[in-house]
Design a protein around this ligand. Structure first.
Ligand SMILES: [Zn+2]
Length: 77
């Protein structure tokens, strides 16, 4: 059985920061196989720590910067 990394799926409004419950913009994949979700604020705050333990950091906080709705929101409610 080959191990194929699941393609990172975009974070949606259903993904919540583990710390504060805000919408998550960072997905941190841990070496242990676990996953953490953080909002842009906490992602930035814990970034130095996360970089030590993460095998992958999916950062979608860039989407926060622009308020233009060039692309339709995934799951706006
Ligand atoms: Zn947060």
């Amino acid at each position: 059985m080959t191990t194929v990394l699941t393609p990172a799926s975009p974070l949606t409004a259903a993904d919540r920061c583990d710390r504060c419950g805000a919408q998550a913009y960072l997905r941190v994949v841990l070496a242990s196989g676990g996953e953490l979700l953080f909002c842009a604020h906490h992602g930035r705050k814990f970034e130095p720590e996360l970089k030590k333990i993460a095998v992958e950091i999916q950062d979608e906080s860039g989407r926060l910067g622009s308020t233009t709705t060039a692309t339709a929101a995934d799951d706006e409610r």
